[in-house]
Design a protein around this ligand. Sequence first.
Ligand code: ZN
Length: 123
Amino acid sequence: MRYKVWRSNNDKELHLLCGEGAGAFNALPTYIRQLGPWTGSKEGDVEQLRLPLRILLAEQGFVVLHCRVSRLQLEAPKVAGLHPANVDCPECKGTGQVDQHGGLRKKTCPRCGGRGWTRSSGR
Ligand SMILES: [Zn+2]
């Protein structure tokens, strides 16, 4: 499913997000359409939308946003790669061991189990 963004000619900071196509636009409540006239703006995949927007769109069929164009953030930031990268364990800095008793002894890092890395949460 695709989404489309409309921008009000009356208020340049008023944006409307709804499904793509004349059908979705015509299904909007009258009071929303009267906030226009609307000029078509960007469009994209609903899948790419940030989650709160996607939920609102699914529930209401549209989302009205009031903010500067430059601050309009519709899509979730791209996550690098499909798989989360492994990162150095923040606890032991990748060594797999942590200081014990103020550095007198070493012990296996409890956070990563001595591997020295953890799976990145990805975001
Ligand atoms: Zn560790």
